[in-house]
Design a protein around this ligand. Structure first.
Ligand SMILES: [Zn+2]
Ligand SMILES: [Zn+2]
Length: 130
């Protein structure tokens, strides 16, 4: 799921570490203007996450299968679909300092020039963090 990699900016040549996706216990969103990262844990999300798991009907991941099944069997709230859930999480993340909004589909950006025109450094080893 989540991945960390060495990125090279195609516009200014800066090298930096970019992160994409989330982990088993959090989501990673980026600001749609400056590309700043915002990690939000499922715990922090709270109720919408429980409703989403319930709506899934299947475990979110093998790691959390037992926990997810428990939610699906016992959580009394209404299920939520993916679109509703992502909108709720984006709202919880709030606004970035730059005035942009954190979005699931916003790309990482160069910390130097804010370009989203990046390539992966072929020389660097990818680090999968889950
Ligand atoms: Zn750049
Ligand atoms: Zn921002």
């Amino acid at each position: 799921m989540g991945m960390s990699y060495e990125a090279i900016c195609n516009d200014c040549g800066a090298k930096f570490t970019a992160n994409e996706g989330g982990g088993f216990v959090f989501h990673l969103l980026h600001c749609d203007r400056c590309g700043a990262e915002r990690a939000i844990s499922f715990k922090e999300i709270g109720e919408p996450h429980l409703r989403y798991i319930k709506g899934l009907g299947v475990p979110y991941s093998g790691m959390t299968a037992e926990h997810d099944r428990h939610i699906q069997e016992t959580y009394p709230g209404d299920p939520m679909d993916r679109d509703e859930y992502e909108a709720a999480v984006e709202q919880l993340c709030g606004q970035c300092e730059c005035g942009g909004a954190y979005r699931f589909n916003a790309p990482p950006r160069c910390p130097e020039c804010r370009s989203a025109n990046l390539r992966k450094d072929p020389a660097a080893r990818r680090i999968c963090y889950d």
